[in-house]
Design a protein around this ligand. Structure first.
Ligand code: SF4
Length: 92
């Protein structure tokens, strides 16, 4: 099984009540580089029609890359999902 197929094996238990990642989108609008658009391996950050950041935490691989690469430190509120929520990595 090659790596892209392996990603498709992962299971997600989405916490609909408490997102584990929150953004301050008013600050995101002022960011010129927007590294989140290219660093997220799950491609969860997208650019809207008006240049706004669109983000959905469902499908997050919990790698932490977006928080590390964000130019505006602290505006991505990032925690691991609660309890049994989040990604379960599968290899077969
Ligand atoms: Fe994407 Fe990783 Fe950030 Fe999740 S933690 S949104 S997978 S970059």
């Amino acid at each position: 099984v090659d790596p892209p197929e392996l990603l498709g094996l992962n299971k997600f238990n989405i916490d609909e009540e408490e997102p584990h990642i929150l953004l301050d989108k008013t600050i995101c609008e002022t960011c010129k580089e927007k590294p989140c658009l290219v660093v997220c391996p799950a491609v969860l950050y997208k650019l809207g029609k008006n240049g706004e950041i669109m983000f959905d935490y469902a499908g997050c691989l919990e790698c932490g890359t977006c928080r590390l690469m964000c130019k505006n430190k602290g505006i991505i509120k990032w925690e691991y999902p609660r309890g049994t929520f989040g990604v379960s990595f599968r290899s077969s």
